[in-house]
Design a protein around this ligand. Structure first.
Ligand SMILES: Nc1ncnc2c1ncn2[C@@H]1O[C@H](COP(=O)(O)OP(=O)(O)OP(=O)(O)O)[C@@H](O)[C@H]1O
Length: 258
């Protein structure tokens, strides 16, 4: 049976043979700080539909900057990030962010009820979700109907992160960006979020790109792992064969974090 990384390579081959296109593509993405320090040094990556990509690397290696470029929280140079073969800089930024949703380390919910939060995104385009629709979204994020009218301010961090996930899902994203989404959560909440993400990926083929400092989490979730060191992707690895990394910094990083 072929390994996950072989499957990913097969999907990439289909892309290269013209039988499909990557869901997202990053081409020679560069960023230099105002002080002239390179932050991203020419990142290139093709992400097939339905794949979960894990991004790991030392602190300051550019993981969040890369993620933020994918939905223009940081504005990338034109023709360096593509969604369905379209330069994201040419897309309306709000519709891009509906298609490419993001979940942050700490959930930032609005005042009001859980339902108010989940309804927010669709309300921007004049759509009011029914209670049943909100409940379905809550269930996708592993919350039940009893949360509907709860005040967002009264939730635990783990519950709030699941509401933030439901709120993101309300926009029906095709790609989900996850920036250390469980780093502030206890192990049970982490398990719940991971289970919800895996179910979403399995049932709807949602493409995901997840930054995490937890190698074990990446091994539980990701199909492939990109190792970012000093603004460069130095390795693309099978999550179960991380010890095979060749780059010396990669080996050291992995020794210290596994
Ligand atoms: N807005 C900014 N202006 C200037 N430099 C920035 C900006 N944002 C990030 N940087 C710098 O870019 C580098 C990469 O930062 P980034 O947050 O992407 O790293 P990271 O790998 O996500 O780190 P961590 O694991 O600590 O979250 C760092 O040196 C950071 O100081």
């Amino acid at each position: 049976m072929s390994s996950l990384i072989d499957e990913w390579k097969e999907q990439l081959l289909e892309v290269e043979n013209g039988e499909g296109h990557p869901k997202m593509e990053v081409r020679d993405l560069r960023r230099v700080s105002d002080a002239g320090v390179p932050i991203l040094k020419g990142i290139s990556l093709e992400i097939p539909k339905g794949v979960i990509v894990g991004v790991i690397g030392p602190s300051g290696s550019g993981k969040s900057t890369l993620l933020r470029a994918l939905n223009r929280l940081w504005e990338p140079p034109s023709a360096s990030v593509f969604l369905d073969s379209r330069d994201i800089c040419q897309l309306d930024v709000l519709s891009l962010r509906r298609k490419v949703g993001m979940l942050f380390q700490l959930p930032a919910l609005f005042e009001g009820t859980v339902a108010d939060n989940v309804r927010y995104g669709p309300s921007l385009s004049g759509k009011k979700l029914s209670d049943v629709e909100v409940c379905k979204l809550l269930m996708l994020a592993d919350l039940d109907a009893s949360f509907l009218q709860k005040s967002a301010a009264e939730l635990s961090v783990g519950q709030a992160q699941r509401v933030a996930l439901a709120r993101t899902l309300a926009n029906s994203p095709e790609v989900l960006l996850l920036d250390e989404p469980t780093s502030a959560l206890d192990p049970i909440s982490t398990e719940n979020i991971e289970a919800a993400l895996l179910k979403l990926n399995k049932n709807s083929g949602m493409t995901m790109i997840m930054v995490s400092h937890s190698i074990k989490q990446i091994q539980r979730i990701a199909d492939v792992v990109c190792l970012l060191v000093d603004g460069e992707i130095v390795e693309i690895l099978n999550p179960n064969q991380l010890s095979q990394a060749n780059h010396p910094m990669a080996q050291r990083f992995l020794q210290l974090t596994t």
